[in-house]
Design a protein around this ligand. Structure first.
Ligand code: ZN
Length: 334
């Protein structure tokens, strides 16, 4: 082992610096998100059990992402003072015990979106989210094309999506905020197996495996993604990327943009929520080859791929039995 290390070329100082920055960035984002949402919960009245359950789920998701990060973070790392850590542990014991044995079903930012939907009317979501993001001051991820190492780890989903059936109730989704290492692939696989509507999972899994069964939605679908402009703190409209154009047969897709894996974009979570909550959409959306055998085959290869990834990042997987974290376990004392 030592010989191998001695022979390996020493990484340049800039590489070490970037790696350190990324670790610190994840820590800072985690701390900011935890502190800010705890303040909101206190302000909105602790009586809200549902907000506390979201907080519990969010803590678990943050700790899981920290643990699978290349420079492994443990829950203690997210707290500067041990009393704050102890208080949180007393209030939310589940995430502190299960961050590396149980799997999250979504990212901290997706949970944040649900909290915002609970606190504010759908018309105010974008505005309130901008307000919150400004207050949190997440580190700038520094999007520089061609300079990938300079992108910091952030827990912010820079793109969100709003969709509805005609202009009835709006639903919101976020892009995957974990941009480093295996986290993105793991979250996409987890979402396919556990979180997303069966049509969305089918579409993502089939395109990822090279087949390509896209969903066609009724004409009443409204779907618009927004990207946050860092300088002005405003959400600006953004066209779907090439992959989303294929997955969901969306018009006006940007044919040059293929930089994200299938399932990464905000459209995925948003359209999944729409299909789950809107009966008309669910009954009238069309997807080819949606047979039990086909879906089962896709699910088993996704599961095998996921287990492989989880083992690599040090998550204990017990005989193919994936344990998902549920904040409701808190109440049953499990
Ligand atoms: Zn996309």
């Amino acid at each position: 082992m030592q010989n191998n290390n001695a022979r390996r070329r020493k990484p340049p100082p800039s590489f070490i610096k970037n790696r350190e920055n990324n670790r610190e960035s994840l820590k800072t984002c985690g701390m900011l998100l935890i502190q800010t949402m705890m303040m909101r919960i206190t302000r909105e009245g602790q009586g809200s059990k549902k907000l506390c359950l979201y907080m519990d789920e969010m803590l678990h998701s943050i700790f899981f992402l920290g643990y699978i990060h290349q420079d492994r973070l443990i829950p203690d790392d997210f707290f500067e003072i041990s009393t704050a850590q102890q208080d949180m542990c007393n209030m939310f014991p589940g995430p502190f015990r299960k961050y590396n044995s149980h799997l999250p079903t979504r990212t901290p930012f997706s949970i944040l979106l649900d909290m915002m939907e609970m606190l504010y009317s759908t018309e105010r979501i974008k505005e309130e989210l901008l307000h919150l993001l400004k207050e949190m001051k997440f580190p700038n991820p520094l999007h520089k094309p061609g300079s990938k190492p300079e992108q910091y780890y952030t827990l912010e989903s820079t793109v969100i999506c709003e969709c509805s059936d005609s202009d009835s109730q709006k639903h919101y989704g976020a892009s995957l905020c974990c941009r480093k290492g295996a986290a993105k692939k793991i979250l996409i696989d987890l979402s396919c197996l556990k979180t997303w509507h069966k049509y969305v999972s089918h579409a993502v899994m089939s395109f990822s495996s090279g087949a390509g069964d896209g969903i066609t939605f009724p004409e009443s679908l409204r779907c618009q993604a927004y990207v946050r402009n860092w300088k002005t703190n405003v959400y600006e409209e953004r066209n779907p990327c090439f992959n989303c154009g294929n997955l969901f047969n969306l018009q006006d897709a940007d044919l040059d943009k293929v930089e994200y894996p299938f399932g990464n974009c905000a459209e995925t979570e948003c359209l999944s929520k729409l299909l789950i909550n809107n009966q008309y959409m669910h009954e009238n959306a069309v997807i080819n080859n949606h047979t039990e055998e086909n879906v089962e085959e896709l699910r088993s290869s996704t599961k095998a791929h996921l287990i492989e990834q989880l083992v690599k990042v040090g998550i204990k997987v017990n005989d193919n039995n994936l344990l998902f974290y549920s904040p409701f376990q808190m109440q049953t004392g499990d």
